[in-house]
Design a protein around this ligand. Structure first.
Ligand SMILES: Nc1ncnc2c1ncn2[C@@H]1O[C@H](COP(=O)(O)OP(=O)(O)OP(=O)(O)O)[C@@H](O)[C@H]1O
Ligand SMILES: [Mg+2]
Length: 688
């Protein structure tokens, strides 16, 4: 804004109102001034200019007479007031706050000065805008060029002014602009500079006076476009990043209104279907109305920095949030809130707690078992089936009846035989184990029944008691009974019936009080049918048959047994290994063809070979499945094979791949979309 003070000139030229015309002319002549102020009684009363003096002379006024008149259209103005053009006033006198005249200005002069100042200002605007501006007249002669245009083109104003712009640019289409057309985004080359811009007609009072060209350096524009593109890409990336975030991102403005929402929308927490329903809602109002629990604003103002909190809605949906308030000049401008649903995490934590409790329980049970009397020391079980078997065994132990234990290899027949013995009234007497399959046939008889002094060469000088004599008052455990040769079976039958033995080479029998427990892992009944085992002996032994179920039929025992063996081997190898939940899962899903013995060996191997402190599911997998004997056969395209075989091959590959990748049978089942039971069945078949 221009004020009078900017335009006022100091009052240096003044005459008295009674001065003669000559004196006035002399003053004008010596000061070379166009205008003289007229004073009377120390005050400006008017002014005279050269034009007026000329008139006096022409009117033949006497030069030595006082001036006939002077102009009085003078106005006093406050020097700090904006310039204004008053009607009927030619000269203004500026006064300061003390009402003292500080200068003067003719309005004609003021007009010129203001036009000059405005022009200067416009040129400055044009120059500081980083765009080139060139104007021409109707003949395409350049009339104006701003500093940026000079810089862009590398040509000086002096060179360009008044030149024909149409010729310089070689742009015949400029004719159209003079007809009122606008040319947009046109490229030209001048002084080897590529420029791009718009040509518009230059209007004045509805008439086209020339052309205005507004332009950029082309490469600069391209750079800007690229930058814009880069920012746009970045924006897209950020959007994608936000929307793929596991967290919910909410931006609130300073008043608490939700302005943006991205990422994982927590619809259960907000209780609305779509994020759009939240946009525009005011969290602070919601808090005031009791709809939103947390007073975000109070905390933001108090804390002034990032803070975290957990809030819960009425339905018990729990959310963890981290809020970052943004302040600008002490005023809260926005809050960025990142939230995550922790309801599930809490649930998981609870489940984990229960799981931990359960495994602690197992451990306690195990400890109790170990601490109980010697009998149970080695017999570990937890399943209902085994509980029943053990009950039965304990009852059987009380009587002297012959027991036939049968079950697959490794199920624990020997352990049961020991249990029976330990629970019987014979426990203070010997338990003699005889492995019928391990004694050379020629020695069986002497081993079983003993011999007398000098019975045969090479034998013990003093003779020797056989297993039955050794087991007197105790128990004899005839393991792998089916391996006993048929002729020995007859002799055994007699001992069982008569309860006496005769040593080889002796003539009299010795009474023996022995309880017999036999065991086999073979189908003894079939052997009888095939005449490989004597029927009469079978019936003699099979007084109380006890079937020990295979481990796969009592997976409930796997965990207890694993923990038991883990302790055993940790102690043996002085280690402190643990089994992960995953490892347990894998162990439980396996079908254990070698039963408890296989599990025992497996745990020993894991304890010794596992890398870390905790045995992982993967480690169990790699031992169980990695070394499976059954080979992977790829279905060969092109060759014809039975459809079922091809389907089975493919299935086996899929299952193996899933097991390798996901570690547990349960996870593999999920991925292959079959039930865990189906999966376990298929794995078992695969390993067979
Ligand atoms: N319930 C159990 N608790 C603790 N250890 C067990 C249990 N069952 C079996 N074992 C252990 O597993 C291994 C194999 O058991 P055992 O020798 O009794 O099997 P088995 O049925 O006699 O097998 P086989 O028919 O091959 O002789 C043994 O080391 C035994 O201590
Ligand atoms: Mg055995």
């Amino acid at each position: 804004m221009i004020v009078w003070k900017d335009l006022l000139q100091p009052i240096t030229v003044k005459v008295h109102h009674r001065s003669t015309l000559r004196e006035v002319m002399q003053t004008i002549h010596t000061t070379q001034s166009e205008l003289v102020l007229v004073y009377a009684a120390q005050k400006v009363v008017g002014y005279l200019n050269t034009k007026c003096v000329m008139q006096f002379i022409l009117a033949k006024n006497d030069l030595d007479q006082p001036i006939p008149f002077y102009y009085t259209d003078v106005l006093l103005v406050r020097e700090d007031q904006p310039v204004e053009f008053y009607h009927n006033v030619s000269v203004v006198l500026g006064v300061n706050q003390a009402n003292k005249v500080t200068g003067f200005c003719s309005l004609a002069d003021a007009r010129n000065q203001i036009t000059r100042l405005q022009l200067k200002e416009k040129t400055q605007i044009f120059n500081s805008a980083h765009i080139g501006v060139i104007t021409t007249n109707e003949q395409f002669r350049i009339t104006f060029i701003n500093g940026t245009a000079e810089n862009i083109l590398g040509l000086s104003r002096n060179f360009l002014l008044h030149r024909n712009y149409k010729t310089l640019l070689n742009a015949p289409q400029l004719e159209d602009v003079l007809l009122g057309k606008q040319l947009v985004s046109v490229s030209h080359s001048l002084n080897f500079k590529q420029i791009i811009g718009n040509f518009s007609p230059l209007f004045n009072e509805g008439k086209i006076l020339g052309i205005i060209h507004i332009f950029y350096l082309r490469e600069q524009l391209e750079e800007s476009i690229q930058e814009l593109e880069w920012v746009r890409n970045l924006n897209e990336d950020l959007k994608a990043l936000y929307s793929s975030s596991n967290e919910e991102i909410i931006v609130l403005n300073g008043e608490g209104k939700i302005v943006r929402l991205a990422g994982n929308f927590l619809k259960d927490f907000w209780g609305v279907e779509h994020p759009d329903e939240l946009i525009g809602k005011n969290l602070f109002d919601m808090h005031r109305e009791g709809l939103y629990q947390y007073d975000l604003f109070e905390r933001a103002h108090k804390k002034k920095g990032k803070f975290v909190f957990v809030h819960e809605n009425k339905k018990g949906c729990k959310v963890w949030s981290s809020a970052t308030p943004v302040f600008y000049q002490d005023k809260l401008e926005k809050i960025v809130m990142i939230s995550r649903d922790i309801t599930e995490i809490n649930q998981l934590r609870e489940e984990l707690k229960i799981e931990r409790k359960r495994s602690d329980q197992y451990k306690q049970e195990l400890d109790q078992m170990m601490m109980r009397n010697q009998v149970d020391k080695k017999l570990i079980y937890r399943s209902k089936v085994m509980e029943d078997v053990v009950d039965q065994i304990k009852r059987i132990a009380m009587v002297d009846s012959t027991v036939l234990l049968y079950g697959e290899s490794g199920v624990g027949k020997e352990v049961f035989a020991q249990t029976i013995h330990q629970n019987s009234r014979r426990k203070e007497h010997p338990l003699v184990r005889v492995n019928c399959g391990a004694i050379p046939e020629s020695l069986i008889e002497s081993e079983f029944f003993g011999y007398v002094k000098g019975a045969f060469t090479g034998a013990d000088q003093n003779g020797r008691a056989g297993f039955f004599e050794q087991a007197h008052q105790g128990t004899i455990f005839l393991d792998e009974i089916t391996e006993l040769p048929l002729n020995l079976q007859v002799k055994l039958l007699r001992v069982l019936q008569e309860k006496e033995v005769m040593r080889i080479g002796d003539t009299k029998s010795i009474k023996v009080d022995v309880r017999v427990i036999a065991a086999t892992n073979r189908n003894i009944k079939r052997l009888v049918e095939e005449n490989k085992f004597r029927e009469d002996l079978y019936y003699r032994l099979n007084v109380i048959p006890v079937h020990i179920p295979p481990l796969r039929e009592r997976t409930g025992d796997v965990m207890m047994l694993s923990l038991f063996f883990l302790e055993q081997f940790n102690r043996l190898y002085q280690l402190d290994k643990k089994l992960s939940q995953d490892a347990f899962d894998v162990l439980e899903s396996y079908h254990w063809p070698g039963n408890v013995r296989e599990l025992q060996n497996m745990i020993e191997r894991l304890v010794v070979t596992s890398r870390g402190q905790t045995i992982t599911g993967e480690e169990v997998m790699s031992i169980l499945f990695g070394e499976s004997k059954s080979k992977v056969v790829k279905p060969i395209l092109g060759s014809i094979m039975p459809l079922q075989e091809a389907v089975d091959d493919l299935e086996s590959q899929l299952i193996r791949a899933a097991l390798q990748k996901y570690g547990t049978a349960a996870k593999a089942a999920k991925v292959l979309q079959v039930s865990p039971a189906t999966m376990s069945r298929k794995i078992n078949r695969l390993l067979r």
